[in-house]
Design a protein. Structure first.
Length: 140
């Protein structure tokens, strides 16, 4: 797929995510995908494989967010097999705190499948609103 095709796919995925529909994301998430949460805090980890991403990382986020997590993407930049997305969260935690983090995601795609995700965000806000990431939630 071309950079333009990859960008269009990610725009379609995030249009659905904004409407709380993650099915297209899951459909295009490779079985062997990795999601790296960057930084030096409790959430910093590389989640390896679709199950680890969906059950461990996203499962814990869903447990801490009231309703379904919502992320609004507003800028897409594509080159080669990479798509960079700037986005903003629009969430309320189960404790009643706002969790509206700013994100920069770097996606690497291959043949229409998401292979790698690197997440940059405000780590202080993540831990303040969602708490530390529990080590027992990290799948081996």
């Amino acid at each position: 797929m071309s950079a333009a095709d990859n960008k269009k796919l990610m725009q379609e995925i995030y249009a659905r995510v904004a409407d709380l529909d993650t099915s297209l994301f899951v459909e295009h998430l490779a079985e062997d995908a990795t999601w790296q949460v960057t930084g030096q805090y409790s959430w910093s980890h590389t989640f390896r494989g679709r199950d680890a991403i969906l059950k461990s990382l996203h499962g814990h986020v869903r447990a801490r967010i009231e309703g379904r997590p919502r992320t609004l993407a507003y800028n897409f930049i594509a080159e080669g097999d990479l798509v960079v997305i700037e986005a903003k969260g629009d969430n309320l935690t189960v404790d009643g705190a706002r969790y509206d983090n700013d994100y920069c995601f770097v996606f690497r795609l291959a043949n229409g499948q998401i292979k790698e995700i690197k997440e940059y965000c405000d780590s202080t806000l993540t831990e303040a609103a969602l708490g530390p990431f529990p080590p027992e939630r990290v799948l081996a």
